[in-house]
Design a protein around this ligand. Sequence first.
Ligand code: ZN
Length: 853
Amino acid sequence: MRLTINLLVIVLILVVSGIKAQSTIAGFLPVEPSYRQDIPDPQTFFGHIPGERHLSHDQIVSYARELERLSERLVIEEYARSHENRPLLYLIFTSKENQKNLGQLKERHAQFSDPGQNIPADDVPLVILLGYGVHGNESSAPNAAVVTMYYLAAAEGPSIDSLLNKTIILVDPSLNPDGLTRHSTWVNMHQGKTDVSDPASRGFSEAWPGGRTNHYWFDLNRDYLFVVHPESKGRIQKFHEWKPNIVNDHHEMGANSTFFFQPGIFSRINPLVPLRNHELTANIAAFHSRKFDERGELYYTEESFDDFYLGKGSSYPDVNGSVGILYEQAGYRGKVRETTQGIKTLASAVKNQFDLSLSTLEAGMKLRKDLLKSQKAFFQESLEMAKNDPVKAYVLGENHDPQKLGAFTEILTTHRIKFYALTRQSTINNLEFQPGKAIIIPMNQPQYRLIRGMMETNTRFADSTFYDVSTWTLPLAFGLQYAEIRNQRDLPEMMSDTPSETLMTSGALIGPEESYAWLMSWDDYSAPAALWQLQQAGIRTLVATRNFKAGPESSVRDYSYGTILIPVSGQKQSKAELFSLLKNITEKWAVNIHGVSTGMTSSGIDLGSNYFIPLKKPEILMIIGETVSSREAGEIWHLLDQRYEIPVTLAEITSLDRIDLNRYTNIILPGGNLRSISQRGTQKLKDWVSEGGILMAMGDANQWIADKELAKLTFKNTVRPDTTLQVIYAGREETATIHSISGVILKAEMDISHPLLYGYNQKELPIFKSGIRVANTPSGQFTAPVRFAKNPLLSGYISKKNLERLEGAPVVTSIANGSGRVISIFEPMNFRGTWLAGNKIVANALFFGGAIR
Ligand SMILES: [Zn+2]
């Protein structure tokens, strides 16, 4: 009995001291070192202890600048600006002496892992990158960053001196500035003088779209491979500049959890990651567990979060010579919160994230040689692996649209992957590659693993559960044709001697000012952007719905479906004004526009033919908010706004009953559950379509379309796991995922003469599919211009039953409704901003939806 009472007393003391421990800044910091008095700690600078209020990105930046001003240990590099123009910073901490030769140290560190160099490890600094809060609403991470920054700038004593002498520590305090800004504003505006810990309080549930994502509602922690956004692009460039040995990625998970740190699930590590990384991660984890054991903090490892998808912040480093480590603190989304683990505070979460930042630094010091050796070995092994790989190189080409190939090379350059120009015409696997329109990526280079990670397809898997997608083959995403080269001897005569730079494309206006009419091919990636700019300037445009040949006898050109005709007569502008406008557009958008001197073509339709259909400028409204999928809405918004510079009105889903729809030609319903559209809103939408509107419904929004009978759509039954099979209770999660589709690449077949497919030259298209919904082919002719092919699997995991279910099913349907039309697009056409292969279908629906007869 006495023992129990004593224990209770001890527990009480611990609990009380635990809370007390973080009532001043001293409670967050290690006890031994002293701190420089002239450097303000976070409590002094912000006027409250960490966790008392949620810091905004701008506050974190101002503190960083103040530390830089006062401490000789710190310099700051700005590596990017977010979409909302907030700076992304690398805080570079090292000793005062090291700061004087920072450039040299960086170079020596890079040279050390270069397989061609031999530099003793003793002369090389270890580089550790601590990254916080790629998800903007996981606030303990950036709020802990300021404590880390203070410690590194102001702590004094032999142990910090020796750390800073041997190490360069990069602190990336707020990886997602725009998301953090939304989140911190939301939480702070709901916080009163007295604490409310009830999770039902509004502050704990953010309003749509929440703070997790960036400005365009993209998950930046999926963007490390595709580098679509400035945040990721700058981050990856900096990563390669510094080649950190350890990369910490600090996150939050559900409020009722404890703390997770990697190693993650062993069986689901991507096979391209060296096994050694798992060991090193476990060795680093030992430092974390010691830290938490001392404090009695609960944690776990190995049972969740895998490193299969390579585009995440903790897995990208693993295929680039570093060790990436994921940290998941329980997320409270407020200052104080009731959880099943007790009442929890943001301050305690900050303390956890900071403590494991410190134990990472300790681990780095102790494991320094192993980490450096591992990085060096990584690149040497990569060259060995390349030698043993039957694939010696990839050739990639695009014969009709140089811009897509150019965009692809930009990604290669960002990832420091070398590529070369194809120097002679080559036919491989019945695919024709032309010099100037194709590149070669040899495998024999230090980035071998990443090349495979980006290029390969995979259809065999040991496990059916994926934390993220099961495949992401980049050439398929871009719709590029590509082939393997397996004979090393073929290579030298096929490729240029020196690596290429990012391919820049340019356009031109070809023809005299007096031309009779102008013609723009729809093949170029930016053609929709160019068309919109023409229409915006009030230029009359028409689209060709049949093929033809035109041009002077010496240079007759083929013009295919979708060619845009710009007549000179009947325009408000003079010939000269039109000429100058067209010239600007060809330069800005890198498209070619050709002049012709007669309306008579050499074959096919003439320019005055009824097969040219006049076009209207699209006025676009997109429904967003509440139950709409912010990811799917964001992918469309990003495509239209960033890539095409076409404005789109973003309207709240509940406001549909108030808006006058007559000014819009096109309305987009992104995926999601649209139940918040009122009865009146639904009726207005129905009337608008039947009177000529073009409604584009994405993904799951089509269930609503079917329910409300805007179009006659039906769906196939889903495949369910066989419940009669005897499986053990503990294995139920694996069984449940057998028939889910978590991201797979499938082949579709298209009718490229259909207006929704103008600009495509191949009849096959790679489609990214996630989610199990599959539609039936609607009745009527030409209603399903894109369908899944027979044996459609190109890459990724899908069950056999699901594959059979998909064969021949529509990907895109086009169904007339009165004088309008409902265009259903069942799969994402701009998945993660990188599925360029599908972008033109979206553009076609907007520009040519009204031209479908
Ligand atoms: Zn996260």
